[in-house]
Ligand binder design. Structure first.
Ligand code: GLA
Length: 395
C-alpha cells in the first residue's frame, strides 16, 4: 500500500524528532462499523460489526525505565504525554492518553505488570469524532503492544475485555463490548456475529458482488452523546426491572422474542422506557434475520432490514438526530442503494449505505447536495474495506 509507506515514513520522522533514533516495531488497529444490531450490546443482544481499514498505526520502541512517552500526530497540540507503567490514576490533563493509560492500569491490576515502558508515535486515519471507535482502536492497540512485547500470551478476547474495562472503569464511559470486540477480533472481508450475552461469535463473509459499503460522515460537531448514551442504558435497565416483575428469571431484554415482549410490555409504565425496550428486542431479532438474509445472498432483504433498524433507532430509541436522518433518508432515495442506517452510538457520526459500485459517484453527489441544502454544510464519504483485527506487522 503506497499510503501506508508514506504514513510510516512520516511516523518515523516524527519518532526521531520526538525521541531520537531507535529500533521500532509497527502495529495496526482498525476502527469499526456496525452493520446492524445497534444499542443492544449492553442488553445482551446480537451485534454484527466489522473492523475497517481506517484506524490507528503505532511505531513503538522499548525504553529501559518504567516510563512511557506517547505522541499522537493527530493531536500534535497536546504534545508528548508521559506516564509511568504502574500506579496510574485518571488524570484529565493527560487528555486522550487516558485510553492507553487505562489499559496499562487494567492490565497491571489483572497481574500483568509491565517490566518497562515505551516511546510511541501514533497516527490515525480515522476521522476525528466520527463515531468509528478511535478510542477502542487505541485501547486494543495498547493491549496488543504490551502482550506482544512481554510475551504474555493473553488471548484476544481477554484483551478485548480488559480494553472495555479500561473505558468503563478508568475513563468512565459506560460502553458495551461491541467496539473493542470488533476492533480486536476483526477478520478481513468478514463481519462478526457476536452474541453479547455469551460472547460466542461467528464470522460471516461479506462478499456483496458489485456492491460496496459507503460510510458517510455527518461532520456534526459537539454531540452530547455520552450523557444521552448513559441515559438510554438506564432506561433499558428500568424497563428490564419492570418486566422482571412478571418474568422473574428474565436476565436481559434481548432474551425475549418479539412475541413474548408484546405480550408483557404493558407492565412497563413509562412509554419512553417501553419504546427503548421494544427497540432492543426487535433489533435483536432483526439482526439475526439480516445475517440469514446475507448468508442467503438476499442483499435486498438485508438492505431493507438496515433501513428498518434506522427507523427503529429514530422513532423508538431516539438516537439519530436530524443530521443522521437526513443522510439515511437521502440515501434511501438513491438509485443503486439497497439500504442505509446510522452506525455506532448515534447523535452524530456516520451512516453506512450498501451501494452498487457503478452508482457510488452519483450517490455521493446527490447525497452531498441534498444534505447541504437541508443541514447547511457538507458530509464526507469513505468507501470501507473490512480489515483484520489489531496486530503487529513487518515494515
Ligand atoms: C457505542 C458503544 C458500543 C455500542 C454502540 C451502539 O459505540 O461503545 O458499546 O453500545 O455505541 O450500538
Amino acid at each position: 500500500m503506497k499510503d501506508q509507506k508514506k504514513i510510516l515514513a512520516a511516523m518515523k520522522e516524527n519518532f526521531e524528532d520526538c525521541y531520537g533514533k531507535a529500533e521500532t516495531r509497527a502495529y495496526w488497529s482498525g476502527g469499526r462499523i456496525n452493520l446492524i444490531g445497534e444499542h443492544i450490546d449492553y442488553s445482551a443482544g446480537h451485534v454484527f460489526p466489522c473492523a475497517i481499514t481506517l484506524g490507528t498505526f503505532a511505531l513503538v520502541a522499548d525504553r529501559k525505565d518504567n516510563k512511557t512517552r506517547i505522541f499522537s500526530m493527530n493531536m500534535a497540540d497536546k504534545g508528548i504525554i508521559e506516564f509511568p507503567m504502574s500506579g496510574n490514576k485518571y488524570d484529565r490533563a493527560k487528555d486522550w492518553a487516558n485510553y492507553p493509560i487505562g489499559v496499562v492500569d487494567v492490565m497491571e491490576k489483572a497481574g500483568y505488570k509491565a517490566p518497562h515502558g515505551f516511546d510511541i508515535i501514533l497516527f490515525g486515519t480515522l476521522p476525528n469524532g466520527a463515531g468509528l471507535s478511535s478510542s477502542a482502536s487505541i485501547e486494543v492497540l495498547t493491549a496488543v503492544i504490551l502482550n506482544d512485547t512481554f510475551n504474555w500470551n493473553i488471548n484476544m478476547v481477554e484483551m478485548v475485555k480488559m480494553s472495555q474495562k479500561a473505558e468503563n472503569e478508568f475513563v468512565g464511559v459506560n460502553c458495551g463490548i461491541m467496539d473493542q470486540f470488533a476492533v480486536g477480533m476483526g477478520k478481513k472481508s468478514c463481519a462478526i456475529l457476536l452474541d453479547c450475552n455469551t460472547l460466542e461469535y461467528k464470522y460471516a463473509k461479506i462478499a456483496m458482488e458489485g456492491y460496496s459499503i459507503v460510510i458517510t460522515n455527518t461532520n456534526k460537531k459537539h454531540t452530547l452523546s455520552s450523557s444521552a448514551y448513559n441515559q438510554r442504558r438506564k432506561q433499558c435497565e428500568n424497563a428490564l426491572k419492570q418486566l422482571q416483575t412478571v418474568k422473574p428469571d428474565l436476565k436481559a431484554l434481548c432474551a425475549l422474542t418479539k412475541a413474548e415482549f408484546d405480550e408483557i410490555s404493558n407492565v412497563i409504565e413509562d412509554p419512553l422506557e417501553r419504546m427503548r425496550a421494544k427497540h432492543a428486542v426487535y433489533e435483536n431479532e432483526r439482526t439475526l434475520e439480516a445475517v440469514k438474509a446475507l448468508e442467503a445472498n438476499d442483499l435486498e432483504k438485508f438492505g431493507k432490514l438496515l433501513n428498518d433498524s434506522h427507523i427503529s433507532l429514530r422513532d423508538d430509541y431516539d438516537v439519530t438526530g436530524e443530521e443522521l436522518d437526513a443522510l439515511a433518508e437521502l440515501a434511501w432515495k438513491q438509485e443503486g442503494c439497497l439500504g442505509s442506517r446510522m452506525t455506532g452510538a448515534g447523535f452524530g457520526g456516520c451512516t453506512i449505505s450498501i451501494v452498487r459500485d457503478d452508482a457510488i459517484e452519483q450517490f455521493k453527489k446527490d447525497v452531498l447536495e441534498g444534505y447541504k441544502k437541508r443541514i447547511g454544510y457538507e458530509p464526507s464519504f469513505y468507501v470501507a474495506n473490512i480489515a483484520d483485527g489489531t496486530h503487529r506487522f513487518k515494515v
